[in-house]
Design a protein around this ligand. Structure first.
Ligand code: NAP
Length: 264
């Protein structure tokens, strides 16, 4: 009888933007499943305690690195540190991202550059550096964090939507180019997920978030994205490549929560 292989135990995984939110949940979930995680954010003060918490819990080990994904040298140093500590890199989760909401006519050159370079440029840079190690090691998996805003237009999200649409196409292209090296590249397009970033922008209180058991009309939990990332990096997902998995609770167009939150 066939036993499904959902495990990621023993993998060495790099997770960007893991000081809080979805990235933190991804790092903690991988570690709980027995993976070794190298996590980064722009501040050791913020990402260091996350690694310490992981090391205190049962499961895989954690290494924290200060790294701004907009900086090529930082990204190279991140992967060097991961390889030095854990011997190799099996998986990359390009999660670092962010945005501000603004009408297109109000977005300055700086604002456009900041959002596109973080969300798309950071994904490009991390994949390029990770790919060097993975090609030399005979394979790996990459999961990029896109967004439903990269699939459907939303007012105030022109820069972010363009960048996330770019992440989706970059994912598809890399999957085609790197299949011959044994590297699978997929991405996840989350709907609205309760994170500190969303709380800052929309002011949603953690206590207002319904439990995972509720199917219809709710905001998502970071752990629901983390579980999906683990699946995509596991052998169980071996025939998934170049896909965008949309995770938004209900199959409506756009972000299912927009109506309830009065965003458009
Ligand atoms: N939450 C949602 O509803 C939602 C929906 C769709 C897609 N997403 C995507 O999911 C990802 C995570 O979102 P989130 O809501 O968890 O965000 P968040 O709560 O704002 O956390 C963002 C994380 O990224 C790090 N970060 C920001 N800029 C960075 C940089 N230049 N270099 C390295 N790390 C950086 C932050 O750490 P420091 O500040 O310490 O650097 C933080 O750990 C993003 O790509 C986002 O676009 C989120």
């Amino acid at each position: 009888m066939h036993t499904p292989e959902f495990g990621v135990e023993g993998q060495s995984v790099v997770v960007t933007g893991a000081s809080r939110g979805i990235g933190r949940a991804i790092a903690e979930t991988f570690a709980a499943a027995g993976a070794d995680v190298t996590i980064c954010s722009r501040s050791m003060e913020r990402v260091g305690p996350v690694a310490e918490g992981i090391d205190r819990a049962d499961g895989g080990r954690a290494l924290a690195v200060e790294c701004d994904v907009r900086d090529r040298g930082d990204v190279e140093a991140l992967f060097e540190a991961a390889v030095e500590e854990f011997g190799r890199v099996d998986a990359l989760v390009s999660n670092a991202g962010g945005e501000f909401v603004a009408a297109f006519e109000d977005i300055s050159e700086n604002g456009w550059e900041a959002v596109t370079d973080l969300n798309l440029g950071g994904t490009y840079r991390c994949a390029q550096v990770a790919g060097e190690y993975m090609r030399a090691d005979g394979g790996g998996t990459i999961v990029n964090l896109a967004s439903v805003n990269g699939q459907h237009p939303a007012p105030g999200e022109s820069h972010y939507g363009a960048a996330k649409a770019g992440v989706i196409r970059l994912t598809e292209t890399l999957a085609v180019e790197w299949a011959e090296y044994g590297i699978r590249v997929n991405c996840i397009a989350p709907g609205l997920i309760q994170t500190p970033g969303v709380a800052e922008t929309l002011g949603i209180d953690e206590s207002e978030v319904p439990p995972r058991e509720q199917v219809d009309r709710r905001i998502g939990h970071p752990e629901e994205i983390a579980d999906l990332v683990c699946f995509l990096c596991s052998p169980a997902a071996s025939f998934l490549n170049g896909e965008t998995v949309t995770a938004k609770g209900v199959p409506r167009a756009g972000n299912a929560m927009n109506v309830d939150l009065g965003l458009q």
